[in-house]
Design a protein around this ligand. Structure first.
Ligand SMILES: [Zn+2]
Length: 484
């Protein structure tokens, strides 16, 4: 059963670069769930934000001749613009450089873990890849080089704090296996169980200040700065006022259904490090970790050298927000990789949006205006399986939900073709008038119900449909989706 309070988060975006279409996918996926639960009358808190620290930011800022905070500010503005342009209904936005809201919670988290004796300072010799901003193991290397950056990692000896994550592995495994900490999809659940069962022991939690200047200082140790984990992952509770506002934290962490939505590349951090931190600090785990895949472009991995990186702002400018939301939610399977191809995009736009939904709305409103003087009666419900669509939405099976909705749209269009109200109207008898009226009332009810289930997916379009058909007098509508 869903609780009354629902807390939904996306990963926070790293501000080392501009947003790409993958960021758009994750935001839209989270937005559907948030809008759905609000529609169900739940109290929803939907959080997103930006991850702003690290030596990569320092390097990129230096190259641009600005300070790290300026780079973070500039790119955070772009991520915020993306949210606005995608019509994302987030309630809050957290920035890890926010010393007032974020840092106190991070310090509290560190101190709680430290008190448990789970943070130990020791010498560490490791292979460090600057590109990854991470220590690699021999297993991660191909021909002695980092696979992602094709560069030999540096050998580094450092004295850092390590988090004894292994202490919590068996408890995490148990919670994952019992679905108390539900990892979706099944393939990702098995992946993380394998990692945990192989013995994931410890993880570096800080770096010397001279190596990592841009980050949260370690409490009571002037020479150390927190490495990404404690800083970035704690955003999920810093935004709830973990350090000071206990009421909000009670409401949306302790007494809420908590869903984190992330990409498959950061599974390990969210399904091993984060739950271990929470257990060490004596806090409850999230309920669900939902993992989406990656987007390829025209069948190929997006890369600068191929020049096939899809800029979300460009597609949004060209096609409008709801067609972009529709493509991402319908064409990219919720939990696996998908492809964005402009030919396919335009095909779906025409077949599903312009000719499918758009045409249905035009036909119904035009006929109501022509034959019923703009008046319809909403008596009763349409006879489709709306419950199944809600079920898919609740489970984030968005592609399946939209598939079902479009079957209904096609059926409604076909009903018009079968009844042919324009033929009935040619012979103006009482019987024909009644048939037209009954048919168009039914169509108006179907359109209303379609708009209701579409609201989380295509909020703009759903709002327009409801405004049209619930107007005191229905008039001929302009096309919802102009032909390309
Ligand atoms: Zn690397």
């Amino acid at each position: 059963m869903d609780k009354e309070n629902i807390y939904i988060t996306t990963a926070i975006d790293y501000v080392n670069g501009k947003p790409h279409i993958g960021h758009a996918l994750e935001k839209v996926q989270a937005d559907v769930l948030a809008r759905f639960y609000r529609q169900q009358g739940k109290k929803v808190l939907f959080l997103t934000g930006t991850d702003e620290h690290g030596s990569k930011i320092v390097a990129t800022a230096a190259k641009a001749g600005i300070i790290p905070q300026e780079l973070a500010d500039k790119n955070t503005d772009l991520f915020k613009k993306l949210l606005k342009d995608l019509n994302i209904s987030n309630d809050d936005f957290i920035r890890t450089s926010d010393q007032t809201r974020h840092w106190p919670a991070v310090k509290k988290m560190w101190e709680l873990i430290f008190k448990q004796g789970d943070l130990v300072k020791k010498d560490y010799q490791g292979l460090y890849c600057v590109g990854c901003e991470a220590f690699l193991t021999e297993k991660d290397l191909v021909d002695g080089k980092c696979q992602h950056h094709d560069k030999e990692p540096e050998k580094i000896v450092e004295r850092n704090y390590f988090f004894n994550l292994g202490k919590y592995s068996s408890r995490i495994i148990d919670k994952i296996e019992k679905n108390e900490f539900n990892i979706v999809p099944e393939s990702r659940k098995n992946e993380i169980l394998n990692i945990l069962k192989q013995g994931y022991k410890e993880v570096s939690f800080s770096r010397p200040k001279e190596k990592l200047s841009w980050g949260v200082p370690v409490p009571n140790d002037d020479n150390q700065v927190m490495y990404v984990w404690c800083d970035a992952l704690t955003n999920y509770i810093s935004a709830l006022g973990f350090a000071e506002n206990q009421e909000k934290f009670e409401m949306f962490w302790n007494n809420a259904n908590v869903t984190h939505i992330i990409g498959k590349d950061i599974l390990r951090f969210h399904a091993a490090i984060w739950p271990a931190m929470l257990l060490s600090a004596g806090l409850k785990l999230p309920d669900k970790l939902f993992t989406h895949g990656f987007i390829t472009s025209e069948g190929k991995k997006m890369s600068k050298s191929l020049g096939n990186i899809v800029d979300p702002f460009e597609v949004l400018d060209k096609y409008g927000v709801d067609p972009v939301r529709y493509y991402l939610l319908r064409e990219i399977p919720s939990t696996s990789d998908g492809d964005i191809a402009m030919g396919r995009f335009e095909k779906l736009y025409s077949s599903d949006l312009a000719n499918g939904l758009g045409n249905l709305v035009s036909r119904v409103t035009n006929m109501v205006a022509n034959y019923l003087d703009g008046q319809v009666e909403f008596n009763g419900q349409s006879e489709f399986n709306w419950e199944r669509i809600d079920e898919y939405t609740r489970e984030l099976k968005y592609d399946k939900a939209l598939h079902e909705i479009w079957i209904i749209i096609d059926q409604a269009n076909k009903m018009i073709d079968d009844v042919k109200p324009w033929k009935l109207a040619k012979l103006d008898t009482a019987k024909n008038r009644l048939m037209i009226k009954e048919h168009l009332n039914t169509q108006a009810i179907i359109l209303r119900d379609i708009a209701m289930v579409l609201q989380p997916y295509l909020p703009d379009t759903a709002g327009k449909i409801l405004n049209l058909i619930q107007a005191p007098k229905i008039t001929k509508a302009k096309p919802l989706f102009p032909r390309l």
